[in-house]
Design a binder for this molecule. Sequence first.
Ligand code: SF4
Ligand code: SF4
Length: 137
Amino acid sequence: MASEPLREADLFHCKRCGDCCKGYGGTFVTPEDIRRIAAFLQEDPDRFVPKYCQMSGKKPVLAQAENGYCVFWEGLCRIHPVKPRMCRQWPFIPGLLKDLHNWHIMAKACPGIRTDISDAQLERAVKAIIFPHDRHL
Ligand code: SF4
Ligand code: SF4
């Protein structure tokens, strides 16, 4: 019988360094993200984009504070329970399944990502995490 794929906690453990919350990283927010975050902050969702975002083309991304961090970074994420989908997914993003090399690129910027595992283990684990209901993994 095939062994179980590695679990999320075997591959990644956030060190809370905040490095991924710094710089113009293009954290896109969806309409659903905006609705959830505005409700959490008890603010008007119609004011969310002008107050907390910059535009990247036609899409809103979270703005940076003067210190270069995301506007919601306060030593920890101020909106952690409702943070945007992009932040919740990290580092198990669908783009990994197009090119596993992205894992190693991301690991250079994120000390929580483990790299001492084979590509085969990584691919199997990432598929199981992103598609948890696919029993053929
Ligand atoms: S860079 Fe990685 S370890 Fe640091 S806060 Fe972000 S996810 Fe966590
Ligand atoms: S929303 Fe939170 S987790 Fe996402 S970039 Fe901003 S501070 Fe970091």
